[in-house]
Design a protein around this ligand. Structure first.
Ligand code: GLY
Length: 558
């Protein structure tokens, strides 16, 4: 009787919960992006039979419309891809390039001094955009759907308009005087030269038409023909130096990602012209010599800051566009090199930055740029960080195109030893040259161990790399995306020689302890970053997602 009862119960559970059990093990898709509509655009395309790469086209294009402060057709970015069928991984480098007529002195006056804001505002500050070419390539080489299909949600958002959010309004305020200088930008983004009211609807008819040209003619819809002519006429009329040849010549490059390993975790991240992967892996290599979880919190933060200091120091000296300068990638991410750096770290004392060889400074902040992460049901993955540099880029819209141009030229070194708009200077490796890509900090990243794989990245200027570093360390401690995103952050970037931390990022005791070791500390004026993260548990098949609480994004599993 008892045996029969047990059998009955077993059958009951098998029949009643069969669907749920399948549901629990069936793979789903996940998207995390900085805007609700961009996340929806990605799912719309997945539902139409697209894969993660089609969804990445849809999300990138949607962000260009609904988050113009962060990225756009007039900008560029890096798309890190993982193809599930064969494990192939690549990075699509759609970074902007210096125009052919660009040269080292282009932002200097007759006395050789940097002309304030020339590399930040207006047509002369814009590099040749890479985002449209990258979307065409992503769709044609890796997607299942047509480019036109994947661009549809973005075209609809541009045509029908969308309600602007608080973040959009804040960033408009930040760039208001510059936006007012450009009648095209002002007519699209402002309301009688003022920041539009809450709940205003932003419609972008010209941008919708440019997206349609891209959808219909692919690469030629942007880089030649009507749109290209409008871009060139407008840029040159405003003192820019672009030519049709610049646009016709633009090509994306597929690059091998930079790969590293930290305590059994595989790190796959951005290659030059981004500094992200190298700085991240160099810092992790230094940290791999310590048992961080066994250290008290003051020593732990001290050691992490010292690793950041050394990796950011090397960023300033060695990194630039590897098509132009010899970047010693494999030396910088080598464990022996990290072991050498580790010997210079003292547990009882901070290392003054000016005692490290050289004298260059680093970008200090950034509310610009955007990141999204995607994983589809097949396990294809995309980590993409895209940018127009400053919020709303150069604040210059090319007439009749709706395309807001980047001011990514400011990521070059205008003059050795002189800070750029964000307080950054660098070395000769990142000097302006015709056709060269400017150094970036964007760090789209995959992290993977035996049981978990994660896709992540964030905007935030030079702090991008330290944010991803802290997330990797939290992953290594077994924490999930919510923890990485909610934990207050801290950052050291060699120069300025100080630990910057978010409100709540340091206890009084830690501030005192780190000061005693010789660190200068400063609380940031605002909380920074807008990380978008996905984690997949290989055993339970569970997807965990998070969108940064500092932003207005949406992370969803479906
Ligand atoms: N413009 C931001 C970056 O590329 O780092």
């Amino acid at each position: 009787m008892i045996i029969l009862k047990k059998l009955f119960i077993t059958l009951f559970f098998l029949v009643c919960f069969h669907g749920q059990l399948i549901g629990a093990t069936e793979r789903k898709a996940a998207i995390a992006s900085a805007h609700t509509l961009a996340t929806y655009a990605g799912f719309e395309i997945l539902q139409q039979g697209g894969n993660a790469f089609d969804a990445a086209v849809a999300v990138s294009a949607a962000l260009a419309v609904v988050e113009p402060a962060g990225s756009g057709l007039g900008g560029g970015g890096f798309w890190l891809l993982h193809r599930a069928s064969d494990g192939f991984e690549t990075m699509i480098d759609g970074r902007e390039k210096a125009p052919l007529a660009a040269h080292r002195e282009m932002y200097l006056d007759k006395r050789g001094e940097v002309i304030k804001d020339l590399s930040i505002n207006g047509a002369l500050s814009a590099g040749i955009p890479g985002l449209p070419a990258a979307l065409v390539h992503l769709s044609e080489q890796y997607g299942k759907l047509s480019l036109a299909q994947s661009l549809q949600p973005a075209i609809r958002y541009a045509q029908q308009g969308f309600v602007i959010g608080e973040r959009h309004r804040k960033l408009l305020k930040f760039r208001l005087p510059v936006l007012m200088n450009n009648p095209q930008a002002a007519s699209i983004f402002l309301d009688n030269n003022k920041v539009p009211n809450e709940k205003s609807v932003l419609q972008q008819t010209d941008l919708a038409n440019t997206l349609k040209q891209l959808a219909q003619y692919g690469i030629n819809g942007f880089y030649t023909g009507d749109v290209a002519n409008k871009l060139i006429n407008s840029v040159r009329k405003a003192g820019g130096i672009w030519t049709l040849q610049d646009l016709e010549n633009y090509q994306i490059v597929e690059r091998d990602p930079v790969i590293g390993e930290y305590n059994g975790i595989k790190i796959t991240s951005a290659a030059p012209p981004s500094s992200g992967g190298i700085v991240l892996i160099e810092a992790l290599n230094i940290l791999s010599g310590y048992n961080l979880s066994k250290l008290d919190e003051i020593t732990r933060k001290h050691i992490i800051s010292e690793a950041m200091r050394r990796a950011y120091h090397d960023r300033a000296f060695y990194l630039g566009d590897s098509d132009f300068v010899d970047v010693p990638i494999y030396r910088l991410i080598n464990q022996d090199y990290a072991a050498g750096l580790r010997t210079s770290i003292r547990l009882d004392k901070a290392t003054p930055s000016d005692s490290l060889a050289g004298d260059v400074e680093q970008k200090s902040r950034g509310r610009n740029t955007t990141h999204f992460s995607i994983m589809d049901k097949e396990g294809n993955r995309v980590a993409a960080t895209l940018s127009v540099n400053f919020p709303f880029g150069s604040a210059f819209v090319a007439e009749g195109t709706g395309v807001l141009l980047n001011d990514e030229m400011d990521d070059f070194v205008s003059k050795s030893g002189v800070m750029n708009g964000y307080g950054l200077v660098g070395g000769a490796a990142n000097a302006i040259e015709s056709g060269k890509r400017m150094l970036s900090s964007m760090t789209p990243t995959f992290i993977e161990d035996e049981t978990r794989v994660a896709v992540l990245g964030t905007p935030g200027g030079s702090r991008i790399i330290s944010m991803v570093l802290l997330a990797v360390l939290d992953f290594a401690e077994g924490e999930g995306p919510d923890y990485w995103l909610w934990t207050p952050r801290f950052h050291h970037q060699y120069i300025p020689d100080m630990i910057q931390y978010e409100e709540g990022g340091m206890t009084d005791e830690e501030i005192l302890g780190l000061s005693r070791l010789g660190h200068k500390l400063k609380e940031t004026l605002y909380r920074y970053g807008n990380m978008q993260a996905i984690q997949f548990n290989k055993k339970s098949k569970q997807l965990t997602v998070a969108s940064d609480p500092r932003g207005e994004g949406l992370a969803l599993v479906r």
